[in-house]
Design a protein around this ligand. Structure first.
Ligand SMILES: *Cc1c(COP(=O)(O)O)cnc(C)c1O
Length: 365
């Protein structure tokens, strides 16, 4: 059989290796000038220069961002349940209650009407997720947040470069987080970026990432060690010079799949949205697990399921949502399958993916 086509494949080249070598030879490897340069370059590249703070993971970014935004015990934060567990975890880690809300069936992002219904006098903010690289409905969510005097935050872990009506994700919320984990659209090994909507939030994230210190040994608040290393930043700086070309390739791959897949629901793109296709996610209404297995067993094509268990059904987070029923979330968890769309795919790989999906779907029809 032909070679396995993986669902994701980080691209790391000689430039990244040379950059790491440069930092290692300098003898200064912890957070330093590479991190500072990466923060500025990332900010200029993705969020129009909005103040950006680097941390050691996307999860740390969400956690510190929420704390910096004043989220704590007694607060509720509205989140989608159809996302990676880090979204709900970060709210819980901040001491607040994640309030899980249903998604829209088309874009898999928060349903604004459901958000509005979930607001209580304890609601501190809405944490929207730009799932799969498609922007959430930020205009509607922003309006709801303003009307109710609550905040809007963004989990942009999967959405580097996504945009809505000409504004990039990462510029809508009081803060936003981008992940730099290897399977994301660009990587630093591990890492995260927090873009801050105010100087106060930026300063607080900086304090929290470094034991509460701005000046050495003058700790102002109780903080973490969530610093990025210069080694990771050096990798990220190189990736930043490549990510736009990768995104274009992802979009071209997605357009090819849109045009050639038969008998499946291809991912819709909302009006005014730029989708960066972290995942290319289709729905398979009938026996999704059998479909994924057949793609692998019969065609050596790796499809992923993101995510098979909604947050509100996970043993870790279910206690926050006793008896909760989110029909669109639960249907999506049963039906979604993400096909390879990453920039390492060759034209022959794309042909194989199309042929495999059409054969498996056709056989089941
Ligand atoms: C990857 C991811 C995170 C967490 O990022 P890490 O860098 O892995 O900690 C959070 N939310 C979403 C939606 C993600 O995909």
């Amino acid at each position: 059989m032909s070679e396995f086509i993986p669902p994701a494949k980080p691209i790391i080249g000689d430039e990244e290796r040379h950059a790491v070598d440069r930092v290692l030879r300098s003898g200064m490897v912890a957070q330093g000038p590479e991190v500072a340069a990466f923060e500025q370059e990332f900010a200029d590249h993705f969020v129009g220069g909005r103040t950006t703070v680097a941390v050691n993971s996307g999860t740390s970014g969400l956690h510190l961002g929420l704390l910096a935004a004043g989220v704590g015990p007694g607060d509720e934060v509205i989140v989608p349940s159809f996302t990676f567990a880090a979204t709900g975890n970060s709210v819980a880690l901040a001491g607040a209650v994640p309030v899980f809300v249903d998604i829209e069936p088309d874009t898999f992002t928060l349903d604004p009407a459901a958000v509005e219904k979930a607001i209580t006098d304890k609601t501190k903010g809405i944490l929207a997720v730009h799932l799969y690289g498609h922007p959430a409905r930020m205009r509607e969510l922003g309006k709801i947040a303003r009307q109710h005097g609550i905040a809007l935050y963004e989990d942009a872990a999967q959405a580097h470069g996504a945009a809505l009506d000409g504004s990039p994700v990462g510029t809508f919320g009081d803060f936003a987080m981008f992940s730099l984990y290897p399977t994301k659209n660009m990587t630093s090994g591990e890492g995260g970026m927090v873009t801050a909507g105010s100087p106060e939030i930026a300063r607080m994230v900086r304090l929290l990432r470094n034991q509460g210190m701005e000046r050495q040994y003058e700790n102002e608040v109780v903080g973490f060690n969530a610093r990025m290393t210069d080694i990771h930043a050096a990798i990220g700086r190189v990736q930043l010079t490549k990510v736009d070309a990768w995104t274009t390739t992802r979009q071209r791959n997605a357009a090819f799949l849109d045009a050639h897949l038969e008998g499946v629901v291809v991912p819709p793109v909302a009006d005014g949205a730029v989708h960066v296709y972290h995942q290319y996610t289709i729905r398979v209404a009938d026996d999704r697990d059998g479909f994924v297995q057949a793609l692998k067993d019969e065609h050596n094509v790796g499809a992923g399921v993101y995510y098979p268990i909604p947050n509100h059904c996970l043993p870790s987070l279910a206690p926050y949502a006793p008896g909760l029923d989110l029909p669109e979330t639960e249907r999506a968890a049963r039906e979604v399958a993400s096909l390879p769309v990453h920039p390492s795919l060759s034209a022959a790989d794309l042909d194989r993916i199309v042929a495999a999906v059409n054969a498996v779907v056709g056989a089941g029809a």
